[in-house]
Design a protein around this ligand. Structure first.
Ligand SMILES: Nc1ncnc2c1ncn2[C@@H]1O[C@H](COP(=O)(O)OP(=O)(O)OP(=O)(O)O)[C@@H](O)[C@H]1O
Length: 115
């Protein structure tokens, strides 16, 4: 049990660090709060809430994995290396794809309700 609590502590440390240092992560959280308020206002159905929350998770998780990859690349390749740059670019591409897909899903759900 103590081990589980300790693991939660380490995970919390990683989340807190990402929040403190990553501007994009803070933007995602602010966007999630705004969308939650909008969702409450337009009275989303249960299925729509599930889709919206999955979108929040997809974007935040890819952002955190991207951050972890950036930190790791900076650790193992502090100098310039084309592969190091490529790894960071691919990870950033994953964040972009998840954000675009979340935006599309958001439009599909919210536009008809706001129309
Ligand atoms: N060690 C490196 N070798 C080669 N190119 C790199 C290296 N580090 C970064 N780059 C290039 O610079 C880009 C920006 O890298 P950087 O580490 O500044 O990430 P970032 O996306 O600006 O993230 P953040 O602002 O969160 O630090 C990378 O996507 C990559 O193309």
């Amino acid at each position: 049990m103590k081990k589980v609590v300790r693991s939660f502590g380490f995970a919390g440390k990683g989340i807190a660090w990402s929040f403190r240092t990553q501007f994009n992560f803070r933007i995602h959280i602010i966007a999630a709060l705004l969308v939650t308020g909008l969702g409450w206002w337009v009275r989303l159905s249960l299925t729509e809430w599930v889709c919206v929350v999955l979108c929040f998770a997809m974007v935040m998780v890819t952002e955190m994995v991207n951050t972890a990859i950036e930190v790791l690349v900076d650790l193992v390749s502090p100098g310039y290396h084309s592969k190091a740059g490529l790894v960071k670019d691919i990870a950033a591409g994953a964040v972009l794809i998840s954000a675009i897909l979340a935006a599309i899903i958001g439009c599909v759900i919210f536009i008809p309700k706001l129309w």
